[in-house]
Design a protein around this ligand. Sequence first.
Ligand SMILES: Nc1nc2c(ncn2[C@@H]2O[C@H](COP(=O)(O)OP(=O)(O)OP(=O)(O)O)[C@@H](O)[C@H]2O)c(=O)[nH]1
Ligand SMILES: [Mg+2]
Length: 293
Amino acid sequence: MSRCGTVALVGRPNVGKSTLLNHLIGQKLSITSRKPQTTRNRIRGILTRPETQFVFVDTPGYQTRHKSALNRAMNRSVLSTLQEVDVVLMVSEALHWGAEDQRVLDHIPAGVRPLLVVNKVDRVKPRELLLPFLQERAKEQRFDAIVPVSARQDRDFEGLLREIEQRLPEGPPLYEADDLTDSNERFLAAEFIREQLFRLLGEELPYATTVLIDQYQTEGALRRIHATIVVDNDNQKAIVIGRNGEKLKAIGTLARKSIETLVQGKVHLELWVKVKGGWAEDERALKQMGYEL
Ligand SMILES: Nc1nc2c(ncn2[C@@H]2O[C@H](COP(=O)(O)OP(=O)(O)OP(=O)(O)O)[C@@H](O)[C@H]2O)c(=O)[nH]1
Ligand SMILES: [Mg+2]
């Protein structure tokens, strides 16, 4: 008997959804940072085992505080994912359950019984504090199961995978056994550049940026990539470039290395910075940039 199905990872921003996806499939696919709202598009990560294929769908953190066109599109993509998948994993943080988590839970359709993944348990000290927190969540009787994990530190996720597997429908695999994702390299390259913007720029600036791939050529084992970092205004452009171009250079070097690991080949990456005022509010521009609207 074989099983195959889709598994959504939903939750408020920054709880570790993308980190969990990457560790579940054993490959870095979805970008992560310590800043909320790093993920902006759905991304699938596929784990194929002898009897089961898990198709995980990472989603943007659901949030209601900022209301740009981009944020509305991100929230819509979370809600539509909830309708389409076989299993919902709601990810939250150990010892934290706030209004934002509750709002995510309230958006899960009434007929769906999510699994609650309580992440970042490595931070819980002393360990005894975890049990009452888990008991509180169980009292709500909304979850089909509750699984504590540390997405960052756990070596395996067998307990979680078993819980998911039981709930997947029987059926043949949807993807080839060695497929890791259905995203193309071009999209992932843009994401890996965006990851460095989140990691290397200040608290506000990453939200004013996005990345477009202008050229993506494969020559044997070499990828030649030209990309544009889009910002909102000239001041931001100057910060992204940095003194003597040093910031841009650091962004490029780190992004290139992570793309090289992904494609297992050499990458030649050239970056430009361009101002496009109001891009996050411009639905047509967002669509052209590949955001799901
Ligand atoms: N201590 C600890 N930190 C973690 C763990 N999992 C993730 N993190 C950190 O939490 C931060 C957010 O992780 P992400 O995976 O980007 O979170 P996300 O839920 O995908 O965030 P958005 O895409 O912004 O919604 C990063 O700094 C991670 O390193 C964990 O198990 N323990
Ligand atoms: Mg994410």
